[in-house]
Design a protein around this ligand. Structure first.
Ligand SMILES: *Cc1c(COP(=O)(O)O)cnc(C)c1O
Length: 395
């Protein structure tokens, strides 16, 4: 036993258990679907659970297990369950924790597909849901019903950057026996560890910050309690939304630099947010690190840093947003976030172009909103790029 728990940067490099038979410096890729039994007796012991040997990769695999123990450690959780994608993690959580007749309260500004799959598909199996502004605790209290089983939070929210008070959520939910789940994709455990605040389950799209290199799609669920973890794992295994060993290897590799990537990108984000706030062609900027953010104080308490996601509004509405998109040269015009490259996106002309005006209003998406995921390039280059593209916007 180590007497002192290592810091998070050290654990990103050294956590994650695997049986290192040959003394390799990194976790090897066990690219295999199945595992040999020593004899019939050994096979029987593995299947009965008496022995924890590997059987089949959909159930467990040493490379994937190393990643699961690594992320569980970073999140201060008991158990990690790796999934093929972030959406696989979301659906595994919904399936494990909601049954026919149950109700979920969720942040309105969640990742779009997390809402769509609930309203269009889980509803077909008799699961009810309410989407509310969870940054206002009163809205959560009003939405809770006798059959509410799950409180599902994303904070900071996407793309409004509104922040939900996690400790307050836990207090309200646990009084009523409601399980609290947080999609921690925007922060990663480097900036926010919901399980340490009493939250029951955390999930990730590791496609974003954890992998961080825009070259892998992957998900993870971490539970505070091992029994709940076992329940979620059995759903993942029977659904078959497991990770592949190569995917796991790539994410382990990505996590090693999570700390330095975030430190760099959030320092740049602060400078970019200040630049935008003082720019005449910018109407508003939402970044938790700015004093003007309505929940700046809560962000300081709840998060270990303000992250690298910024939302802002360009003067000139929809057209101005499009002009900005068409003129950036360093920033990449694409969806997703949390990679080493700076990504810029205009929801009104892209991801939400087919969404009704009312639905956009409810999700906090205005026609001029631009979402910005700051990468690790030289910050001067990003600022110059934004500046020259904004010059093309005529007021
Ligand atoms: C991208 C994303 C997801 C979905 O993850 P995939 O890996 O694309 O399936 C879920 N939640 C948030 C907040 C995301 O940004």
């Amino acid at each position: 036993m180590k007497s002192k728990k290592l810091g998070i940067n050290s654990r990103m490099i050294h956590s994650g258990e695997f049986e290192n038979q040959l003394g390799s410096a990194t976790v090897p890729i066990y690219q295999t679907s199945t595992f040999l039994f020593e004899n019939a007796e050994h096979g029987a012991r593995c299947f009965s659970g008496e022995e924890s040997g590997y059987i089949y990769t959909r159930i467990a695999n040493p490379t994937i297990n190393a990643l699961e123990t690594l992320v569980a450690d970073l999140e201060s959780g008991a158990k990690g369950i790796a999934t093929s994608s972030g959406m696989a993690a979301v659906n595994t959580v919904y399936m494990a924790l909601l049954s026919k007749g149950d109700h979920m309260v969720s942040s309105a500004a969640v990742y779009g597909p997390s809402r769509v799959v609930m309203e269009q598909h889980w509803s077909r199996f008799g699961v009810e849901s309410s989407f509310v502004d969870t940054s206002n605790i009163e809205e959560i209290k009003k939405a809770i019903k006798p059959n509410t089983k799950l409180l599902y939070i994303e904070t900071p929210a996407n793309p409004t950057m509104d922040i939900t008070d996690l400790k307050a959520c836990v207090e309200i939910a646990h009084q009523k026996g409601i399980i609290v789940v947080v999609d921690n994709t925007f922060c990663s455990p480097y900036l926010q560890r919901p399980l340490e605040m009493g939250v029951d389950v955390v999930l990730h799209s590791m496609t974003k910050f954890l992998n961080g290199h825009a070259d892998i799609v992957a998900g993870m669920i971490v539970t505070a309690d091992a029994t709940l973890g076992a329940k979620l794992r059995s759903i993942m295994v029977t659904l078959g939304c497991n990770m592949d060993p190569h995917q796991a290897y790539m994410v382990i590799r990505g996590i090693k630099t999570l700390g330095i990537r975030i430190e760099r990108s959030q320092a740049s984000a602060m400078k970019i947010a200040r630049f935008l706030e003082s720019h005449p062609k910018i109407e508003w900027v939402k970044y938790p690190g700015l004093e003007s953010h309505p929940q700046h104080e809560l962000a300081k308490k709840q998060m270990d840093g303000f992250g690298s996601m910024i939302s802002f509004g360009v003067r000139g509405g929809f057209e101005a947003g499009k002009i900005l998109m068409d003129n950036v040269k360093v920033c990449i015009h694409a969806v997703s976030l949390g990679g080493v490259e700076t990504l810029i996106q205009h929801p009104a002309s892209m991801t939400h172009s087919k969404v009704s005006a009312e639905a956009k209003r409810l999700a906090g998406i205005t026609d001029n909103l631009v979402r910005f995921s700051v990468g690790i390039e030289d910050v001067e280059d990003i600022i110059d790029d934004l500046d020259q593209a904004l010059q093309k916007v005529k007021l």
